[in-house]
Design a protein. Structure first.
Lengths: 179, 72
């Protein structure tokens, strides 16, 4: 049986609520969903729980799923909502212990202070702006991809990025940082 | 994002919060299955409401209890 036909069967079985089909989709998409969620929440441990929460919501919504639709896109949109809910409840992103990218080397103390101010300004953004900033400016995902994941228009994504940058600039100025 | 200030904010963000490149390290299916089983075992709220109604009914009309016991 061709792969596409087989996938279509799995999607139809999933829509009927068959656990085997759900397991098959889970195994196929868990990595993709996890990578998307971890980009938004920036916390690998929380991202695992949120991946499970995403699939739990997916399973509950099986009857509403149209097998002709793209499962990956649908899963990504649900994952984005789950990640946003997490950001709203946490209101604090845990910085990952990664080396900053190589760039212009400045005084380490100034650099550290700048990083802290930027992190603070970022953490003060509302969750929906945080997620857009993360995806658009840090992860450099396309506006179209972000719009699809959030279920909004490309124009709305641009407006959110603009608002977020304006808010961050204002916060940084209040902290004495002139961006 | 077309003026220098916006570009600077993007730079600052990337320095403070570098892009994350994490891959899933383990299969989450056992966790998912556990979640499904826990939720499946949970008693729906409607069942609890029926039990509560029955309890209220029995308290309000205790005379019905022997009749119910006889039926059982």
């Amino acid at each position: 049986m061709p792969a596409l036909e087989q996938q279509s069967d799995v999607l139809q079985q999933f829509a009927r609520g068959e656990l085997g089909a759900f397991e098959s989709l889970f195994r196929q998409y868990q990595g993709e969903v996890y990578r998307w969620v971890v980009r938004i929440v920036r916390d690998p441990a929380a991202a695992e729980d949120l991946t499970v929460e995403t699939f739990w919501r997916i399973f509950r919504a099986h009857a509403r799923f149209d097998p002709k639709r793209n499962f990956g896109g649908w899963a990504r949109r649900i994952a984005t909502n789950v990640a946003l809910d997490h950001l709203k409840s946490a209101r604090l992103s845990v910085p990952l212990e990664e080396d900053p990218p190589a760039g212009a080397v400045q005084d380490p103390a100034i650099q550290q202070s700048l990083r802290q101010c930027t992190e603070r300004a970022f953490s003060m953004l509302p969750a929906k702006l945080q997620s857009v900033v993360t995806l658009a400016l840090i992860e450099e995902r396309s506006y179209q991809e972000i719009a699809d994941a959030l279920g909004i228009s490309v124009g709305a994504v641009k407006v959110r990025v603009f608002r977020a940058v304006r808010m961050m600039r204002k916060q940084l100025k209040q902290m004495g940082v002139e961006p | 994002m077309n003026d220098k200030s916006d570009e600077r904010i993007r730079e600052l963000l990337k320095q403070a919060l570098p892009p994350v490149r994490y891959e899933l390290q383990r299969d989450l299916w056992p966790q998912m299955l556990e979640r499904l089983q826990t939720r499946a075992a949970a008693v729906p709220w409607f069942d609890w409401a029926l039990v509560a109604l029955l309890a209220i009914w029995l308290v309000a009309s205790p005379a019905i209890i022997p009749l119910l016991l006889y039926q059982l």
